[in-house]
Design a protein around this ligand. Sequence first.
Ligand SMILES: [Zn+2]
Length: 185
Amino acid sequence: MPPKYFQFIKPTKNSNDCNFSLIFALKYTNKRGSSTLLKIRYMTHELYMRKALEEASLAEEEGEIPVGAIVVCKGKIIARAHNQTERLNDVTGHVEVVAITMAAAALGGKYLNECTLYVTLEPCTMCAGAMAWAQLGELVYGASDSQRGFSRLSPAVLHPRTKITSGILEPECSEPVKRFFQKRR
Ligand SMILES: [Zn+2]
């Protein structure tokens, strides 16, 4: 068997640490056995949150509360969603619930323990409960919601193994929501 000079490194769960997630890396090993990383591509939490913000602006265009979300699994975006409560005439049409349903359909399984859900606004208790049922691997949110956010009302609702990161692009994420409610007043 010839030695493996080029090795494709796939992301592992731990590669989501340090505020970035690895997409892929290519490792080259020479004949003496020393190796170098040739190519690394990674996405930061900020870059993924910008994708969720794109969804939030779609919601705004449709007259929905401007909150957007994406679900990432092993470096791949498997769901993009925005609020649909007006369109569906359904109070449970929160972006996180829509995103969880889409992600489960994309994976063909109901558990999202290898997924990261990015959402522009802190989830409410209902959505955090849905994340617990889905055994979500990681939750990353932008703006806090001091009124309806789960962290104040029911901080223990998430699955104990779900990693939580907050405050990513906080000003950009809270701006559209503030603007939405100012217009309504
Ligand atoms: Zn919610």
